[in-house]
Every structure is written in structure tokens, then in C-alpha cells.
Design a protein around this ligand. Structure first.
Ligand code: ADP
Length: 548
């Protein structure tokens, strides 16, 4: 801006200077013309005092040209040319004028001398005309004469204009440059700048308001993004990360700020390469990816601006590990249930087919009937267990009440004594009353399953002890047997649905493979924790500890 003002001032100064010079030259030239005329006239009157040729001879070497012409225009005398050879001058403008009015003046090119001259003619008393002529300087010649002083003046004026333009432009801009944009109102004493200052002020207030609004929105967005369990990535159309949340850093195990980097630096898997390609093509994309044993669902959606031009993408990364696990678990459970149901049904179908076709000997009918009965019982216990599990899965915990673990243990024992006796296993209940808040029938079911297993997987003359009471002030119930025990590699898995260490033994004794899953589920429903201690060939102790 300083340069612009400087150039403006300089340009107008030079223009003014040039106009002044032209005017001065014009005036000078006019002065010159006027002075030339009056000097020529004075000379003409002076010379007119010598009227005859002889007297005029003394002017033969004079600077100006002197001509004497008779009333008919014939040249009598001329101090610069041969009068006899000169043509008639009656037609000359100044001569004509002098003959008519007494004096005549003309400026033209001399036909005799061939130079530009000015002429002054006076009519003498004898009727002749005396004419005095002098060389006329053209305007160009006059300017040429004036050029050195004019050039000196112009140079001086130019330097002056240069200095003044620089000083003035700086002076004009000084208050504007010194304005404090944060508080422009401090600029006082410049009334002309008042509208400018007030405009800056209102603009500044508007910008501050908008900045505050944007910052507020940004904070809001960041707070939401940071509290999201899902990973959020915003990218441009080339896949460069514009922003991301902490879940992304957690999922991908990055510590540093990854803004500005390409998403491929975050992960180079096939899925992310496809995400990258789809972002560039502004297409929707979704897939699942496994990272460090975790499963994530990646969804990329293109973002368009108001002109429907793609301007980036939003990538959402959701942890679906649990969902996937549940899905897998559900698939396996369904397959297991189908398989488990199919086995007894196939036996029933086979036996009933044989009975229908009458190929069973009359003596064997009773045994086959017993087999059908056994398989049907297995089916019922299986269906019951499945129903129980699905109820527990649904979280259907019946009304809770105060349940005494010792009392439940005694009830289970009284139910199982005959079975234990049949298998040659002694069953005992020990301990003290320990009350918990739970569902009585479910606690019964839990202790029953544990005791049933302890009897089933026992040895001849083995024993089962059910103990209830408090350990470190916490209610517990434990079932200890002197049975076959469980090898360490199975201890974790026996709580899985349908997992059996020895399948045939389990089936033979009417097991469904769901007993311990139900135990674990019931315990968890009432805040209980199941722990197992077992030594292969020596026995097992399973304890359920409840909250205080
Ligand atoms: P099942 O109906 O087969 O008994 P469970 O879920 O109750 O199913 O038990 C799972 C498996 O754990 C059993 O098949 C058995 O191999 C093992 N198991 C359970 N309890 C005991 C125990 N007290 N002693 C030894 N093995 C046991």
C-alpha cells in the first residue's frame, strides 16, 4: 500500500510539474514573441528617421534586414540582398497592410532569404514603405534555448517529488500501520479513520464470536468422539487422517498423533487397503478385521459437500469380539443340541422300528422297552437342561429369597442317597447354616448337579461330602469327592456346554454335558464364583463362594 500511495503521489507530482513546464514554456514563448515585436517596431521607427537610400547605407551591416520599398512595391534598397534582383513586394502582407493603415506586421518565411522572419513595415511621409525584418525563432528553438534551465528545474522537482512522495506516503500510512487490531479504538485523533476503525471493531467482534462458536463445537465433537467406545477416523479423499479418537489409538496400539498420516500407515492389512481404495472412489465399504485376537467391524462412508462433491470419509471401527464370540458360541451350541437330540432319537426310532416290524423276540421286548425308556429319559433331561440354560441365558432369575445353603444341601442329599447307595458311594453333609439371597429351586439344582457328578464320577466305596458355611465371612457350599478326578488340561473346559472328559461314561450315567454349565450360570446369577480343585485319580472339590 505504501508503494501504491508513493507511486500515486509521485505520478501526480510529475504530471503537475510537466503541465507547469508546458505552461511556463508557452508563457515564455509568448513573452519572447511580444518582446520581439516591440523591439522590431522600435527599431523600425528609429530607422524610419533615415528615409533615403544613402542614409540607409549605414545599416548595411546591421543584424536586422532593412528594406525600402516604393509605393508600387519595387524594392529600392535592401541591406541583405541585391535590390535590383528582388521581385516586386507590393503583394507582401506587411507591405499591403502598411500601405493601407500606415503600419504592417507579418511573420512568415522569407522568399528572398529562405528563413523564417518577422516583418514590421511603416509607411513613410513620401509614401514609400520602410520594412525592418528580423529572424523569427521557432517555438522549438525557444524551447531548446530554455532546455538547460528547464532540465535542471525538472530534475530538482523530480528529486523533491521523490522525497516528498516517500515522506507523505509513510506519514499517511503511519496511523493505519500502527493500529492495534485487538483494540483499534485506541487509534484516536484520526477522524477520517473512524469508519475504518469501527468496521474493524465489528468485524473483530464477529470473528471472535465465530471462533468461540467453532471452538465450542470442536470441543463438543471431541468430547463425544473421545467418549465413544467405537473408533472414529475422519479422512480426506486421499485417505489422509484429519482427526481420530482415542479408541482408534487403543485398537491399533498407536501412541503418537497420527493426524496427517495415511490410513495405510495405521494398518496395512487387505481390509485397510480396500478401505483406502473405496475412500478414493467415494464408495461405502464394510468388512471385519482381526487385530491382536480381537475382532473389529470396519465401516467406511464417503462424505459429500453441499455441491455433492466428495470431500472425505468417516471410518467407524467397532469392537465386535464379544458379538462374534456369542455368534460362534450360538452356532456351536445349536450344532451340539441337534447332535445330542439326534442320538437318543435315532436309538428310539431304531428300536421302535424293530418292534413295529415284529422282529424282536418276545423275551427281548422288555429290554427294548427299557432302552426306549432310558433314551426318552435322556431326551427329557437334555430338553430340561436346555430349557434351564436358555432361561438362565435370558436372565430369568426368579424371585429371590433367603436361602440356607445347608438346608438345600440336606435336601439334595436326601434326594440322592438312594442313587449314591446304589453306586456304593457314601454321601454326607457337613457345616453350618449359611444364608444367601437367591432362588431356592436354582440353588437346589446347582447343588444337585454338583453332587450328582460327584457320585457319577466316583469310585467303588468312594465318598461325597457336601459342606456349607462361611469362609472368611463369606457364604459357600462345596462338594468334595474321592472320585476319578480331572486332569488339569480339562479343568477349564468342563464348564463349557456339552464338554465331557469321558463321553461314554457321561452318557452311560445319564449325563447331558450341561450340568456344570448350569452350575456356573446359576452361581453367576447370584453373584457366586466357582472354583475347582482336582487331582486325577484322587478326587475333586468344587466350591461356590457367594458375596457376603
Ligand atoms: P455331564 O452331564 O457329562 O456330567 P457336566 O457338565 O456335569 O456334564 O460335567 C462335564 C464333565 O466334567 C463330565 O462329563 C465329566 O467328565 C467331568 N466331571 C464333572 N464333575 C466331575 C467330578 N466330580 N469328577 C470327575 N469328573 C467330573
Amino acid at each position: 500500500m505504501t508503494k501504491k500511495i508513493f507511486r500515486g503521489i509521485l505520478f501526480s507530482s510529475i504530471l503537475t510539474m510537466l503541465a507547469s513546464l508546458v505552461f511556463i514554456i508557452g508563457v515564455q514563448y509568448q513573452i519572447y514573441v511580444d518582446s520581439r515585436y516591440s523591439s522590431l517596431r522600435s527599431k523600425a521607427y528609429l530607422i524610419s528617421l533615415s528615409v533615403n537610400e544613402a542614409e540607409l547605407q549605414k545599416y548595411s551591416s546591421a543584424e536586422e534586414r532593412i528594406t525600402l520599398i516604393d509605393r508600387n512595391g519595387s524594392v529600392i534598397f535592401d541591406n541583405k540582398a541585391d535590390a535590383a534582383k528582388m521581385e516586386n513586394h507590393a503583394g507582401r502582407e506587411e507591405v499591403k497592410e502598411a500601405l493601407k493603415d500606415g503600419t504592417g506586421y507579418a511573420v512568415r518565411r522569407s522568399e528572398t532569404l529562405g528563413i523564417s522572419s518577422c516583418y514590421y513595415a511603416i509607411k513613410l511621409q513620401n509614401g514609400n514603405i520602410l520594412r525592418v525584418a528580423d529572424t523569427e525563432l521557432s517555438a522549438g528553438a525557444v524551447i531548446l534555448q530554455l532546455l538547460p534551465p528547464i532540465a535542471a528545474i525538472a530534475l530538482l522537482a523530480f528529486v523533491l517529488a521523490l522525497v516528498l512522495a516517500s515522506v507523505i506516503s509513510k506519514k499517511i500510512l503511519k496511523p493505519i500501520n500502527s493500529v492495534d487490531l485487538d483494540s483499534p479504538e485506541t487509534l484516536s485523533g484520526y477522524d477520517e479513520l473512524a469508519p475504518f476503525v469501527s468496521k474493524i471493531n465489528s468485524q473483530r467482534r464477529r470473528i471472535n464470536r465465530q471462533i468461540a462458536e467453532l471452538q465450542g463445537r470442536r470441543r463438543e465433537f471431541e468430547a463425544i468422539a473421545e467418549n465413544m467406545n467405537e473408533g472414529l477416523l475422519l479422512t480426506d479423499t486421499k485417505g489422509h487422517i484429519l482427526t481420530h479418537n482415542s479408541s482408534i489409538r487403543r485398537f491399533f496400539g498407536v501412541q503418537d498423533d497420527i493426524n496427517g498420516q495415511n490410513i495405510l500407515t495405521l494398518n496395512r492389512s487387505e481390509v485397510f487397503r480396500e478401505v483406502f481404495e473405496n475412500i478414493r472412489e467415494s464408495r461405502h465399504y464394510e468388512n471385519t478385521i482381526t487385530l491382536g485376537g480381537m475382532c473389529y467391524e470396519v465401516t467406511a462412508n464417503p462424505v459429500f459437500d453441499e455441491n455433492n462433491t466428495p470431500c472425505g470419509a468417516v471410518i467407524l471401527v467397532v469392537d465386535v469380539t464379544e458379538k462374534e464370540k456369542r455368534e460362534k458360541f450360538r452356532r456351536e451350541f445349536t450344532a451340539n443340541v441337534s447332535h445330542e437330540l439326534k442320538t437318543p432319537l435315532t436309538s428310539i426310532l431304531g428300536i421302535s422300528d424293530m418292534l413295529k416290524n415284529g422282529i424282536v423276540a418276545a423275551d427281548d421286548i422288555k429290554d427294548f422297552g427299557a432302552d426306549i425308556n432310558k433314551e426318552a429319559e435322556r431326551l427329557i433331561s437334555l430338553v430340561n437342561d436346555i430349557i434351564k440354560l436358555s432361561e438362565l441365558d435370558e436372565g430369568e432369575v426368579h424371585n429371590t429369597e433367603r436361602v440356607d445353603l445347608l438346608k438345600s444341601a440336606n435336601e439334595v442329599a436326601s434326594r440322592l442317597y438312594p442313587i449314591a447307595e446304589k453306586r456304593g458311594v457314601s454321601l454326607a453333609v457337613a457345616g453350618e447354616s449359611a444364608e444367601i439371597q437367591a432362588g431356592e429351586s436354582l440353588i437346589f439344582e446347582m447343588i444337585y448337579n454338583l453332587c450328582d457328578n460327584a457320585i457319577k464320577y466316583n469310585k467303588e466305596n468312594g465318598s461325597v461330602t457336601v459342606t456349607a458355611g462361611y469362609k472368611d465371612g463369606t457364604p459357600f457350599v462345596s462338594v468334595k469327592d474321592t472320585g476319578i478326578g480331572i486332569a488339569p488340561e480339562h479343568t477349564e473346559r468342563i464348564f463349557e456346554r456339552f464338554y465331557r472328559v469321558d463321553k461314554s461314561r457321561s452318557k452311560q450315567s445319564g449325563g447331558t454335558g450341561l450340568g456344570l454349565s448350569i452350575v456356573k450360570h446359576i452361581a453367576a446369577s447370584f453373584g457366586g464364583k466357582v472354583t475347582l480343585k482336582s487331582t486325577l485319580g484322587e478326587g475333586t472339590e468344587i466350591t461356590v463362594t457367594f458375596n457376603k
